[in-house]
Design a binder for this molecule. Sequence first.
Ligand SMILES: [Zn+2]
Ligand SMILES: [Zn+2]
Length: 321
Amino acid sequence: MGESAPAQIDGMEVDASDAVRVRFWGVRGSIPAPGPDTLRYGGNTSCVTLEAASRVPGEPPLLFIFDAGSGIRALGMSLMREKRLPLTAHLLLTHTHWDHIQGFPFFIPAFIPGNRICVYGNAEGDGDALGALEGQMIHRYFPVGLGQLGATVQFQRLEHGVHSVAGLCVTVAPLSHSSVTVGYRVEVHGRTVVYLTDAEPRREGDQIILDPTMLTLARDADVLIHDAQYTDEEYPSKVGWGHSPTGYVVDFARAAGARRLVLFHHDPTSDDAKVDVVLERARSLAVGSPLAVDAAYEGMEIVLPAQARVPDPAAVPVGAD
Ligand SMILES: [Zn+2]
Ligand SMILES: [Zn+2]
């Protein structure tokens, strides 16, 4: 981290060890793909956490969870080992495809009385997140219903736009996917983490365009976690399937001014060697730009030291007292 000088955030002095942590528990798309060919990147489906110290003295760290794919099971066991009880977790669901909700019935903290799981997502039609969580836990599929869980599970719909969630600024924007899907931008302690998966490039005719709404969501992100399911060679036969090819993802990240791109939602047929090739290709496309590129793997952790917010002079009303 280099230095230990205290920083100021929202007028409060914070320690340089006061970091924002992003951890990857599941990085695979579509269906879990465990086995000897996916050992290094991992076979579990989408689940990523963002943790940061609370600004409220005495409060436990903030825990945000992006999606509840099968990776959330290992997260739950880790939280239990750390005895993080009682736990409050904020679960931000992008959409209700299986690979983003299927781990929820195996998230052990949801069974523990005193814990609180706040679920955020869409509430309508085929994007109805609460209905999907309930539906996959009816008796036919699972022995314990959502309403029988020991923890308090609350649901809140988040419309497109900017919200305050647990005191953090969370922006929600629509993505181009085969189902109602959103991406999230979370701003915490001067850092910005963007979770933008299950997203396909927008097109005008045969041309791929950089969607202004998605670009705004990802603007200047410290960490941009982006769908990168297909290679450029595969994509022409997968148009309309709701996922992105390598070249577009790098172009998008560069145009958004992201500092670090994390390739995510690896195809279940992509073995470790293929993800290596995709990563190498993406890095070669980023040469000459300040963009750093990684491919997400289970157990990967990114630590961002908290950063003092630089005041935006344009945001200060002239003549205001
Ligand atoms: Zn998915
Ligand atoms: Zn999907």
